[in-house]
Design a protein around this ligand. Structure first.
Ligand code: G3P
Length: 218
């Protein structure tokens, strides 16, 4: 399973790219709003840092507007993928964009039938929001499991991005279920590295080395 970063913060992306584990980035209007910077400029910088799919979201709610926005965003870099909300107008835009060779990522997906519609329209990616389902007392990973199963049944080529990830356990579940990608906030990526035994192990190795070195010097 690939790991994407779910952020519009260029510094976070720079760090994660240096760590060598991230193969794409997803952004959304809320994440961009936090940065208080020009979206186009942010996207250009992200594309220079990560050589993989970079999702940029449209704001229009009608197909014509979505397609227009998508064409502009797609001009920024060949790696730009257009995030389109799960609506009838959205699937219309996805189909039209696919015909033009522009890849889409259908977002705000909360059920398997919605994911199936996105795939039928020709979306390159579909993003079920696991955490937001859990937040309202539903089972986000169960929805993800259904989508994986359905896409397998019919050899659907649309890639599944497990999104709205809240903690490393969500990443583990997504990988177990067979999602293609998990897009994670930077804080979750940091947590994925952490284990108390790793810290204790490093401390012990360094202490043993230090003690041996000091012993030799005596
Ligand atoms: O980028 C889409 C999704 O991952 C947003 O997650 O945390 O706002 O539910 P969240």
């Amino acid at each position: 399973m690939e790991i994407y970063l779910d952020t519009a913060n260029v510094e976070e992306i720079r760090k994660a790219a240096q760590w060598g584990v991230v193969s794409g980035v997803t952004t959304n209007p809320s994440l961009v709003a936090r940065e208080k910077r020009d979206y186009r400029e942010i996207l250009e910088e992200i594309c220079a840092l990560v050589d993989g799919p970079i999702s940029a979201e449209v704001l229009s709610l009608d197909a014509e507007g979505m397609v227009k926005e998508a064409r502009e965003l797609a001009k920024i870099h060949p790696n730009i993928v257009i995030k389109i909300p799960m609506l009838p107008a959205g699937t219309e835009a996805v189909k039209r964009l696919a015909e033009e060779g522009i890849r889409s990522n259908v977002t705000l997906v909360f059920s398997a039938p919605q994911a199936l519609l996105a795939a039928r329209a020709g979306a390159a990616f579909v993003s079920p929001f696991i955490g937001r389902l859990d937040d309202i007392g539903q089972d986000g990973t169960a929805v993800l499991a259904d989508i994986v199963q359905i896409f397998r049944n019919y050899q659907v080529e649309t890639k599944i991005i497990a999104a709205s990830i809240r903690h490393p356990w969500h990443v583990l579940e997504a990988a177990r279920l067979g999602a293609d990608i998990a897009t994670v906030p930077f804080a979750v990526l940091e947590k994925m590295y952490q284990h108390p035994l790793t810290d204790r192990g490093i401390e012990r190795f360094l202490n043993d080395w230090k003690n041996a070195f000091e012993y030799q010097k005596v």
